[in-house]
Write a protein that binds this ligand. Structure first.
Ligand code: NAD
Ligand code: SER
Length: 331
């Protein structure tokens, strides 16, 4: 492997926070530039303030640093996108086109584009949706993600660019908070269960959706990016499965660890978004082409989430107590 210089766009979100650290561990701190429109609260990584809508700034960063790989995580997620449809289109499609152009001009050798289960609409097969079925998304986010998939394929066919993409399910992790999606409940539930033993869910109890644990999501990303070029046969975006469950299924699993946990259901506008998505994914192309296999099912994910999040919350509590004590005693 020659020297790689990686640029991550939208690196301060739920996935970027975790992926940037993993890429730093793999490629070295000096070789990973993390960027976003907001600066990280606390980071010693190499950071650049960068709006992907600023095409010239994007081109300059890529050129100046001889970037070889770009990961585009910048996006407006599904629920936020419904209240800001024009911004969603600008960032998710025009911003991505700026990245593709900047990469084309500067001969960037590999690009990662995360798509989503949001590319499916109500006419898709609900159970084990196939790779090549109808794609008629009903959210502005889904429409944008599908456009991004098609632009990826176009740049690959027309310019020979090596763009790799996964249709991520809803991502669940203890390391970071989600940012305006429909699957966010599956992260929020853990924080509320540990702190309050109670959660009010914004989806109905039987709404099943495809989900994935953060560790599997990151592994899939590294795996597809590391796969030999000839193994990447799908140049729009690969279906990817982790697990599938409904709010009542995850609540029942959490109750095994926190018996006092209670869940109530107050569906809001996000119910309609979730209803237009599929229940589960057929990902055999990803399995076949680059040996994808998730490690976490619902049970393993819940156990790992509760263990890690409880430890984090306990150490935060201790830290806060020390800070309060310091203030009270004027130390
Ligand atoms: P997030 O909302 O947590 O983070 C997105 C980041 O993009 C934020 O830090 C935000 O500040 C930044 N951003 C927004 N506009 C920008 C702009 N104009 N220029 C630069 N940065 C900008 O999202 P995430 O959950 O980390 O998702 C990362 C990617 O994965 C997105 O493309 C998303 O669509 C996709 N995805 C996520 C999930 C999920 O469950 N988290 C599922 C499917 C797909
Ligand atoms: N988790 C994402 C969302 O709900 C799916 O892309 O928006």
């Amino acid at each position: 492997m020659g020297k790689e210089t990686i640029l991550l766009c939208g690196a301060n979100g739920q996935l970027g926070t975790v992926l940037s650290q993993v890429l730093v561990d793999k490629y070295g701190k000096e070789n990973v530039i993390i960027s976003d429109i907001r600066a990280p609260e606390d980071s010693n990584l190499r950071f650049e303030l960068l709006d992907i809508l600023n095409k010239s700034a994007l081109e300059e960063i890529i050129k100046k640093n001889s970037v070889t790989q770009v990961y585009n995580l910048a996006a407006i997620l599904s629920a936020s996108g419904e209240s800001k449809p024009m911004l969603s289109w600008e960032v998710n499609v025009k911003g991505y086109l700026n990245i593709l152009e900047a990469c084309r001009i500067n001969d960037v050798s590999k690009i990662f584009y995360p798509s989503s289960i949001a590319v499916f609409g109500s006419d898709a097969q609900k159970q084990f949706v196939p790779q090549h079925g109808p794609l008629n998304p009903e959210t502005v986010y889904g429409i944008g993600k599908l456009a991004g998939e098609q632009w990826s394929n176009y740049y690959h066919m027309k310019h020979g660019m090596d763009i790799r993409s996964i249709r991520y399910p809803g991502v669940i992790g203890y390391e970071s908070m989600p940012g305006g999606g429909t699957t966010d409940y599956a992260v929020e539930i853990f924080h509320e269960a540990i702190e309050k033993q109670h959660y009010s869910c914004f989806l109905k109890k039987d709404t099943q959706l495809p989900m994935i644990y953060m560790r599997d999501c990151i592994n899939a990303t590294l795996q597809i990016m590391d796969a030999p070029k000839e193994k990447i046969k799908v140049r729009t975006s690969y279906n990817l499965a982790g697990m599938s469950f409904s709010p009542e299924m995850i609540a029942a699993e959490i109750k095994k660890h926190i018996p006092a946990f209670k869940m109530e259901y107050n569906p809001d506008f996000r119910q309609q978004i979730a209803d237009s998505w599929v229940d589960s994914i057929d990902d055999h192309f990803a399995q076949q082409d680059w040996a994808w296999k998730p490690a976490f099912d619902l049970q393993a994910m819940v156990t790992d989430m509760i263990k890690n999040l409880s430890e984090i919350k306990m150490s935060d509590l201790k830290k806060n107590k020390v800070e309060t004590l310091k203030t009270e005693t004027n130390v």
